[in-house]
Write a protein that binds this ligand. Structure first.
Ligand SMILES: NC(=O)C1=CN([C@@H]2O[C@H](COP(=O)(O)OP(=O)(O)OC[C@H]3O[C@@H](n4cnc5c(N)ncnc54)[C@H](OP(=O)(O)O)[C@@H]3O)[C@@H](O)[C@H]2O)[C@@H](O)CC1
Ligand SMILES: Nc1ncnc2c1ncn2[C@@H]1O[C@H](COP(=O)(O)OP(=O)(O)O)[C@@H](O)[C@H]1O
Ligand SMILES: [Mg+2]
Length: 279
């Protein structure tokens, strides 16, 4: 299994062109949150904004608009119950991330189906959390022309792949990924997370048990969306997003017993600046 080299961060995180504007840094739609899980949509969208995404829209339940606007005023909000608005937003954004805090209601199921149906080539669809649980439970085909990145933790991957955690070894994981969608990238989140990309598997050499706290994966999804929106869909971009999340966490873990997702988010701009300057 190949290790992901830290140099990927210098490669991917480019210095900004002086002539650029927000439209150059990705339009991101995050379909997330529900009555029970508002925080997931806040963490995911603030991770996308702090990782440099040009424009971030959160499709969520209107009861969470105020909380989102207060915590992350840079993000826009739309009501995911409004089918026409949602369809338009799916078509108008370059990266769509769905799942954090969405829950498994029939509304959430409709949203996952809409995201798969309405995305197409040149877009990236990131499937996380409840979206993955719904795909597994409802046997929703992972069928879209968009690039797909799936980010399950081991429990979610067990539901999707039917592999018990002790059988989640590369050979089995590849086989199950093939049967879900042969083009999809799998990020299997765990201690030393793995990326399954085409027929190769890569592993990060960062991360710590201080990260074992709710909202940590929702944060990764926002970083992944922000990175793909700005730097384009590629193995390098995906690796850089996965790595920076855990590297910042490792830095925080040196003098913090637990690593809060919101602290990782607040450190992103400074870290990215540092890597953009090392060439
Ligand atoms: N602030 C917010 O709004 C937050 C909102 N959140 C949102 O909550 C929703 C539910 O997501 P979820 O991940 O919390 O629960 P679920 O889908 O039931 O999976 C857990 C099951 O898998 C198993 N399991 C095995 N290995 C595992 C592993 N390595 N890591 C984790 N679990 C592992 C585990 O086993 P057990 O612990 O029971 O032994 C259990 O059976 C989702 O939308 C998410 O975005 C959260 O992000 C928190 C903050
Ligand atoms: N012991 C650990 N070592 C390294 N990374 C960890 C550890 N525990 C959790 N993580 C990381 O934290 C994140 C947890 O994701 P997830 O379970 O989806 O969180 P949530 O859904 O609560 O936001 C993953 O990126 C995972 O790799
Ligand atoms: Mg999660």
């Amino acid at each position: 299994m190949e290790k992901i080299n830290k140099n990927v961060l210098n490669q991917v995180i480019a210095q900004r062109d002086p002539q650029s504007y927000k439209g150059n840094y990705g339009k991101i739609l995050i379909i997330a949150g529900s009555t029970q899980f508002g925080g997931a949509s806040i963490l995911c969208s603030s991770a996308a904004v702090n990782s440099g995404a040009g424009l971030v829209t959160v499709a969520t339940t209107p009861e969470k608009f105020t909380a989102i606007n207060v915590r992350i005023p840079e993000a826009m909000t739309i009501d995911y119950h409004q089918k026409h608005d949602l369809a338009q937003a799916i078509q108008n954004n370059e990266v769509i991330a769905i799942g954090p805090g969405l829950g498994t209601s029939s509304i959430a199921k409709g949203l996952v189906k809409a995201a798969l149906r309405l995305t197409t080539t040149h877009q990236t669809l990131i499937l996380d959390a409840s979206a993955l649980t719904l795909i597994a439970q409802e046997k929703i085909p992972v069928d879209t022309k968009a690039n797909i990145v799936m980010t399950p933790h081991q429990g979610e991957w067990q539901r999707l792949s039917h592999l018990p955690i002790n059988e989640q070894i590369p050979e089995n994981n590849f086989k199950q990924l093939q049967s879900l969608n042969s083009q999809a990238v799998l990020i299997l989140k765990k201690h030393l997370s793995e990326i399954y990309y085409q027929d190769q598997v890569f592993q990060i050499q960062a991360g710590n048990p201080g990260m074992a706290t709710g909202g940590m994966g929702d944060t990764l999804t926002g970083i992944m969306a922000g990175f793909i929106g700005q730097f384009g869909y590629s193995l390098e971009t995906i690796s850089a997003a996965l790595l920076i999340h855990s590297l910042i966490a490792d830095k925080l873990y040196k003098d913090n017993y637990v690593v809060l997702p919101s602290k990782i988010i607040s450190k992103l701009p400074k870290y990215m600046k540092k890597f953009s300057q090392i060439k």
